[in-house]
Design a protein around this ligand. Structure first.
Ligand code: PMP
Length: 361
């Protein structure tokens, strides 16, 4: 018998059960091919169908315009912290970065190796509890791009606007919010995401890049890290993460069955509202995040008493909820409620929080 639990992990995280069931059904033999997708040559006709179809579905679901390329890469979102400056710091050699949390801080630090990097704004002084507003931004007119991290997985904050940049392309880390709601891809120069939250298993990184940004990179950029080579090779300069790409295809079918990205948004808003409404009325639990930047994907909260936080995490684990401990750099708790977390998971969590509150305050 199965004993699957509500897994609130920040990533890798829950996948839709129907996706896992389909993968299990196709595990030993994929659609009459005589083998598992894991065993297939990436150059085979069957696999070519899988990767092309996955790209086609992603283009449909995200309404990706034809003048954007889609790449299926490896190295996590972290490798993009290096690839982005190596490939894009080629016109003026300058870029702006907004540091709104831990990952954008890492991206900023890495980019400095490759050009003149300017800190457009940071919310470090208030412990990353808000996203810098347009008025707080100090943007350069001649930047090759502006880098943002659209959803801060660790702090539980998200943008409620897209910066006005007067034509400077926006590069966005969407690792923890991609596919959670509709986005206008045409407003971005480049979108990237590690797959292990809303898209599938770890090992795959999706990059969506405007064709005008695909050009000659900085000298000595390793061949595998060149967008132009990856575009030319259709993500197959070397062996791509074949199985993860196949699972992304299954996840996209599931997103489609949920009503596409507008259906996902509705589903995610309901889950997040249940949790935030409870937090707002709670005597015991609170969140630091300002209302207008609350993430629908990662909900951070705490009691204000470290021992009580630890007790809560311990009791939730005993109840069959996993990974509710906040990131080690922040403390407290964090519930990651990505696309695949069902409403019942959030309802069960809120029910337990109410019981805990009654017993401990
Ligand atoms: N950016 C964001 C917003 C993330 O949440 C993460 C991982 N949690 C990363 C980057 C790093 O991703 P990876 O582990 O795929 O390199």
């Amino acid at each position: 018998t199965l004993s699957r639990i509500f897994n609130f992990s920040a990533g890798p995280s829950m996948l839709p059960e129907s996706v896992l069931e389909r993968a299990a059904a196709e595990m030993l033999e994929y659609q009459g091919s005589g083998m598992s997708v894991m065993e297939m040559s990436h150059r085979s006709k069957v696999y070519d169908g899988i990767i092309k179809n996955t790209e086609k579905k992603l283009r449909e679901i995200m309404s990706i315009p034809d003048n954007y390329k889609v790449l299926f890469l490896q190295g996590g979102a972290t490798l993009q912290f290096s690839m982005i400056p190596m490939n894009l710091l080629v016109k003026n050699g300058k870029a702006d970065y907004i540091v709104s949390g831990s990952f954008s801080g890492k991206a900023y630090k890495e980019a400095k190796k490759y050009g003149e990097i300017h800190l457009a704004a940071t919310s470090k002084e208030d412990n990353f509890s808000h996203i810098p507003t347009q008025e707080e931004l100090n943007l350069s007119k001649d930047a090759d791009y502006l880098h943002i991290c659209e959803n801060n997985t660790i702090f539980g904050t998200t943008y409620n606007y897209l910066p006005e940049t007067a034509g400077v392309p926006i590069v966005s880390d969407m690792s923890s919010c991609i596919l959670s709601k509709p986005v206008d891809v045409s407003k971005y120069g480049l979108i990237y995401a590690g797959a292990q939250k809303n898209m599938g298993p770890a090992g795959l990184t999706v990059v969506i890049i405007h064709e005008d940004l695909v050009g000659e990179p900085q000298e000595k950029t390793p061949v595998l890290m060149r967008y132009d080579e990856q575009v030319k090779a259709e993500s197959m300069y070397n062996t791509p993460p074949t199985y993860a790409i196949y699972i992304l295809g299954l996840v996209l079918d599931w997103v489609d069955s949920m009503g596409g990205l507008s259906g996902m948004k509705e589903h995610n808003e309901k889950k997040a509202a249940l949790l935030y409404d409870f937090l707002d009325g709670s005597r015991l639990f609170k969140t630091n995040v300002v209302k207008e930047n609350r993430s629908m994907m990662n909900v951070t909260f705490f009691t204000g008493n470290e021992e009580l936080d630890a007790k809560f995490v311990k009791e939730t684990a005993a109840k069959g909820f996993s990974n509710l401990k906040g990131h080690r750099s922040v403390g407290g708790m964090r519930a990651s409620i990505y696309n695949a977390m069902p409403m019942e998971g959030v309802e069960a969590l809120v029910k337990f929080m109410k019981e805990f509150e009654a017993a401990n305050s």
